[in-house]
Design a protein around this ligand. Structure first.
Ligand code: RIB
Ligand code: CA
Length: 316
């Protein structure tokens, strides 16, 4: 295994930005070997589990991530009905360019069983990179507490210290399953939270898209069309570019030097009329509780974009 490799499980609800996060992770696996991907799991979120699973199979086929086990996980949150986001990602969850039909099948295990198997069989601790609702990860922690010490950290896209995006207080991934997020944040497993504070600064601008267009490659052509589709929704609400929410959860592992990280004690609001799903950071240390989250707060956007574009360029 590559000396500085990071054994990891990718868990998400593809989703345009999940798909781009996986493009980045697989590009690392194919080049520097840092992302040592052991499994990929789907969760209901942006769209139904059936659709996110189909999208997982299609994205993994597209990027050649067909030699690791793939599994479907939770169709709905631990204690609530699923709230999805077709307005952002389209009815399929990955609207825009045509994608290859799956050239790979599910491994036959559930996401929790596959995650547990990977943790059990790995000689090293494993990082879970979660870019959707945290239902699968919470279910793993509930079902297999004995495997908690095999989890190196949970690098997640979710939450926000300053604000939400689905309600004024809550970010979508946390809001979909706040009980799961509460379990994860209280688990004692190190959490690296790429919240809206950083992900809304991780913008892909028009000139960045043009750089990807210039590759004229199969993956490059799909990625720039994903970016253009994803930007359509965000442009309408005033964004200057497409926010690369989920890629931050991978990039902070690959290039931590690009990011500003603050250690906070963060609680997840699971009740409340206005604030359910909020990730409340004790910035002033009022509770005296030790930090439980490494909150990613800022980044060097230009270097982030350069690395993301270089990852897309890996695919010929
Ligand atoms: O709030 C952004 C998050 O919600 C991203 O993970 C996006 O894919 C959606 O799931
Ligand atoms: Ca996602």
């Amino acid at each position: 295994m590559q000396k500085n490799a990071i054994p990891m499980i990718l868990d998400g609800d593809p989703g345009h930005d999940d798909a781009i996060a996986w493009v980045v992770a697989q590009a690392s696996r194919l080049t520097d070997g840092i992302c040592d991907i052991r499994a990929v799991t789907a969760v209901g979120g942006n769209v139904s589990l059936k659709k996110t699973t189909y999208n997982m199979l299609r994205v993994c086929t597209l990027i050649g991530l067909t030699d690791v086990p793939l599994a479907a996980g939770a169709a709905h949150p631990l204690m609530r009905e699923l709230m999805s986001a077709p307005s952002v990602h389209g009815e399929s969850g990955l609207d825009g360019p045509a994608l290859p039909e799956p050239g790979v099948s599910l491994c036959g295990l559930s996401a929790v069983e596959l995650m547990a198997k990977v943790l059990r069989e790995s000689a090293e601790k494993v990082t879970i990179v979660s870019t959707g609702p945290l239902t699968n990860t919470a279910a793993l922690l509930i079902a297999h507490p004995e495997l908690k010490e095999k989890i190196e950290r949970i690098s997640l896209m979710g939450g926000g210290v300053a604000y939400g995006n689905w309600t004024p207080a809550a970010e979508f991934n946390i809001l979909v399953d706040p009980e799961a997020a509460d379990i994860v944040f209280k688990s004692g497993v190190p959490v690296v939270m790429s919240g809206l504070d950083v992900t809304e600064k991780a913008l892909i601008l028009k000139e960045d898209v043009e750089r990807i267009k210039s590759f004229h490659t199969r993956v490059g052509d799909i990625v720039w069309q994903w970016l253009e589709f994803f930007y359509q929704f965000h442009r309408k609400i005033g964004y200057a570019g497409a926010p690369m929410h989920d890629p931050c959860a991978v990039m902070v592992l690959l290039h931590p030097e690009l990011f500003t990280i603050r250690e906070y004690y963060i609680e997840v609001e699971t009740g409340g009329e206005y604030c359910r799903g909020a990730t409340i950071a004790d910035v002033r240390h009022i509770t005296q509780n030790p930090p439980n989250v490494s909150a990613v707060m800022d980044l060097d956007r230009e270097k982030f974009v350069d690395h993301l574009i270089r990852a897309v360029e890996v695919y010929r």
